[in-house]
Design a protein around this ligand. Structure first.
Ligand code: FE2
Length: 142
C-alpha cells in the first residue's frame, strides 16, 4: 500500500499499487479509476472548488462505484461465491453514504472536508484490502 502520507498536499490521496490487486484485471482497473475520482475530489475540495464541481465529482464517484459494484457482484455470482452477500451489504452502505453526502453538499449543510475525505479513503482501503481480498483466490489461477 502506498499512501503518500509525507506530502502535505497529497496526504489524503490514494495511490494504487500491487498490494491492492484483487486478482481480476477488470476489477483492478476499476479500482484504479475509482482512486482517480477520489483524488479529483480531494484536489477539488482542497482548492476550494465551486460547489457544482464538487457535486459533479461526487456524482462521478456514485456512478462509477455503481458500475464497479455491479461488475464485481456479477463476477462473484458467476463463481457462485458465498462472499457475494457481504459485498452487496457493504456496497449498499457505501452508495447510501455517497447519496447522503451529495444531498448535504447540495444543500450547503456540509462541504467536502477532511473528515469526509478520510472516511472515503479509509473505506476504499479497508474494503479492498479486507473484503475484496477474500475473493482474490477465486480469480488467481482460475
Ligand atoms: Fe467490493
Amino acid at each position: 500500500m502506498n499512501i503518500e502520507a509525507n506530502s502535505n498536499k497529497n496526504k489524503l490521496s490514494l495511490v494504487w499499487d500491487q498490494s491492492f490487486s484483487v486478482g481480476a484485471p477488470i476489477l483492478d482497473s476499476q479500482h484504479k479509476s475509482l482512486f482517480e475520482i477520489m483524488n479529483r475530489l480531494q484536489g477539488a475540495s482542497e482548492s476550494d472548488a465551486e460547489k457544482d464541481l464538487l457535486l459533479n465529482i461526487i456524482n462521478d464517484l456514485y456512478d462509477y462505484s455503481t458500475t464497479h459494484f455491479r461488475d464485481e457482484e456479477a463476477l462473484l455470482k458467476k463463481k457462485q461465491s458465498p462472499l457475494l452477500v457481504e459485498q452487496q451489504t457493504q456496497h449498499a452502505i457505501f452508495l447510501d453514504y455517497v447519496i447522503e453526502l451529495e444531498a448535504k453538499v447540495r444543500a450547503g449543510s456540509t462541504t467536502v472536508n477532511e473528515a469526509i475525505l478520510t472516511f472515503l479513503r479509509v473505506w476504499w482501503e479497508e474494503h479492498i484490502l479486507k473484503i475484496d481480498m477474500q475473493y482474490q483466490k477465486l480469480f488467481i489461477n482460475n
